[in-house]
Structure formats: C-alpha cells, structure tokens
Design a binder for this molecule. Structure first.
Ligand code: PMP
Length: 413
C-alpha cells in the first residue's frame, strides 16, 4: 500500500516556493500552465552534469562523452516508459511543443499536404498549433478549418465529423487539454472518427502530459508533442513522438552534424532514427535535467498528480463561484477539466487585476494566453488565469480569494 503523499513534503523540494516577493509577501505561484517550478532534484541534475560529466554526445570515445551520451539516452528510455511508447526510436528531442509542431508542418506537412486539402484544428488551440498550419496551408493552397467550442468550453465534435465527410482532411491537429479553459479533449472520440476516415492526428500534449496519465498506445494518434518545462523539467527541451512508419518517410527538418550517415560533395545519407531528426549538438544538460523531472513525477504517480489537482481546482471553483461579478470560463464538470481556471472580474482589466493580485504575492497570468482565436470566440480581449500543480494548497487558493476580494473593494464592486 502506498503511504499518503504529503504536499508539505513536496513543497520542501522546491526552493523557489520559499521566496518572498512584492511587499515581502509569501510567493503563491499559480501560473503553472505557463511553466512549472523546478524541484531541487532537477536543479541538481543539471548542476551535476556541468560539474562532473560535461561533454558532447554520440561522438568521442572518452569517458565523459560516454557518461554524457548514456545519461542523455537514458532520458529517451524514461520518456518511452512515461508515455507507454513501444519504440524509443520514435522519440525526438526538440526545444519544446512549438518546435515539435513546426517540425511536423515543415516535413510531413510539406511532403503530404496539397492544394485543396484540409487541415482541421480547434478554436481552443495555442498559437503553436495554429500558426504552423496557417503557414503550411497558405504555402500549399490548402484550407485550415476549426472545430468550434460551445459555451461550456467543450469541442463541438460533430463539426469534425462534417469536415471528415468531405474526404479532403489530411490532418487533425488538436490539443489534449486547453491551456485557457482546461478542457480535456475526448481523444477516444476524436480517434474513433479519424481512424474511420483514415486521417492522421497530431496531439498537442503540452498541458495534458504534465497533469494526467497519458498512454500513447492507448490514444493511437500519429504525432504527439509536449514540453519538459511544464512538467518540472528545464526550459528548452521538448519531445516529438511520431509513429515509426511516418518518421521513416519524413525528410529531415534541420541539416547538420549527427543527423547524417555519410556526407559527400553533392549528396548525403541520413542517420538512423531518431538521430536523423536531431541535428547539431542538442540541449544535453537540460535533457538530463528532464530525466530527473520524469523520475520525480513517476515517483509521485500521475494518479496522485491528477487527483491532487482535481481537489484544488474543485475547491477554487467553489470559492470563486461565490464571488459576485466573477465570470469563470469552461466546463463545471471537473472530470472534463484540468487545473486551469480562466476568469474575468466585472469590468476590471485582467492586467489590472493581475497587478493587484501580484501585490499580495500571488502570481497569476493575464492576457490572451497565446490563444487569440479562443479570445475572439469568448468575445473578450483577455482573461485572468490561475493554474495549479502538485505543490499548490487550499491555503494558497484562500490567498487568491482574499486578493480577489481586495480587488473588489478597490474597484468598489
Ligand atoms: N500548446 C499548449 C496547449 C500550451 O499550453 C503551450 C505553452 N503555453 C504550447 C503549446 C507551447 O509550448 P512551448 O512554448 O513550450 O513550445
């Protein structure tokens, strides 16, 4: 039987959470959808790499090169285990979700999308799952279509059925969890429709992988992207997973060292997978730091992560819904949402609200959250957003609520 996990104990691993910020107030960090804080284990792993093992990888035969290569490659195995990926050669290290999606658009997209084809995305995508498809469809004379969002922040999946029925859809690019509404996409339903229509699916897992158990064999998609920095890891590391049959057909993204087998004056042959897609010296230290983040989350267990966030989010939604004039976006059904709450408070501008809240030491996000298409759909210029992770507590939610009440007093609401 697993012993109960203490959030207080988790907090001890995160040095930054002890910080005092404005007016010597205790930091309450509620901007986890933007990036998560790093436990000491991750910080130490990066420091240990530079202190004791620093070397380039995959090349030299000396001891340090062997150690660095081993540690870098072990991370690939841990990613495979974390997401239940069968073949480690399908895992490509990139800079983040943005680079991963661009890689697919520039390689697979350029090779396969033709004039008149359709790429389908959704109204709640992050710009990184919209702009690469705009660039591609504009270049190819193809069309970009959007699955709409209903007033509960859920996708209108019958629209997907309609697009698929045209027979022209080449790819469905969809996030598994919205970074603004927190909505969890019904991937089983999306995959059922797309498999029937034999259409490829790219999943943006930037918000789902850090917060819930994700099994890629179970989802059955073709491309999957996520970032390490939202799941306790360092910035500058992300993963693109691609089904091997597709990866083998895809042309390289970047040309350079490590991605080649032989280079002659006028022709080059490619290295084996996944190295064909990892040109140049990669972000070795941070990939090794990511390894420690994967260990940390695996030790906690993703069921703990999800359940803890459900508890905190439920508590926050209950408390926030008692505040007059506060509008919360997204579904009330906690089983369909992650630990993200976007809101607007009467007619206080979200930036003003975030500034007042910041004076109490509470870090939330305000703005369009790189989701301007969704902002248009919600008919707002911006929202405020509180987002939670493994180290947040109900007491911290109480501080948020108190700071919202202070804003109400200041604005005489
Ligand atoms: N997709 C979603 C859903 C996100 O939340 C984010 C980060 N806010 C991204 C993509 C982009 O991730 P990155 O900036 O790490 O490339």
């Amino acid at each position: 039987m697993q012993t109960a996990i203490s959030v207080e104990k988790i907090r001890e691993d995160f040095p930054i959470l002890k910080r005092k910020v404005r007016n010597n107030k205790q930091l309450v960090y509620l901007d986890n959808a933007a990036t998560a804080q790093k436990p000491i284990q991750v910080i130490n792993a990066i420091s240990d790499f530079y202190t004791n093992h620093n070397s380039n990888i995959h090349r030299a035969v000396h001891a340090l090169a062997e150690e660095a290569t081993e540690a870098y490659e072990v991370t690939r195995d841990k990613v495979a285990q974390f997401l239940n990926i069968k073949d480690r050669r399908e895992i490509i290290f990139v800079r983040g979700t943005t680079e991963a999606i661009n890689l697919v658009a520039y390689t697979w997209g350029r090779q396969n999308v033709k004039q008149g084809d359709i790429i389908v995305t959704t109204e709640y995508e992050h710009h990184s799952n919209i702009v690469p498809w705009q660039l591609l469809t504009q270049e190819k004379g193809a069309k970009l279509e959007y699955i709409g969002v209903n007033d509960d922040g859920e996708l209108l999946l019958d629209q997907l059925e309609t697009y698929l029925a045209t027979g022209k859809v080449k790819l469905v690019a969809i996030s598994q969890m919205s970074n603004v509404l927190g909505t969890i996409t019904d991937m089983a339903e999306v995959m059922r429709m797309c498999k029937k229509a034999e259409v490829k699916v790219l999943v943006d897992g930037a918000q789902s992988v850090p917060h819930m158990k994700v099994d890629l064999q179970q989802i059955g998609c073709d491309f999957f992207a996520f970032s390490a920095h939202k799941m306790l890891g360092p910035t500058g590391v992300g993963v693109l997973w691609v089904r091997k049959e597709l990866l083998e057909q895809m042309t390289p993204f970047h040309g350079g060292g490590d991605m080649i087998r032989e280079v002659h004056k006028y022709e080059t042959t490619w290295n084996d997978l996944p190295y064909k897609f990892e040109a140049g010296t990669p972000n070795i230290a941070d990939v090794i730091g990511f390894s420690a983040a994967l260990d940390y989350l695996s030790n906690l267990g993703m069921d703990f992560v999800r359940n803890h966030e459900i508890e905190i989010t439920k508590y926050a939604l209950e408390k926030m819904s008692t505040i007059k004039g506060l509008k919360i976006y997204g579904t009330k059904d906690i089983s369909k949402r992650g630990g993200v709450i976007s809101f607007n408070f009467a007619d206080i501008h979200p930036h003003d609200l975030a500034t007042i809240i910041d004076e109490e030491g509470v870090a939330i996000r305000s703005g369009h959250h790189c989701a301007q298409v969704l902002m248009e759909r919600l008919d707002v210029a911006a929202t405020s957003r509180a987002s939670f992770y493994i180290y947040n507590t109900k007491e911290e939610v109480d501080v948020l609520i108190k700071s919202l009440e202070k804003a109400a007093r200041l604005f005489k609401l």
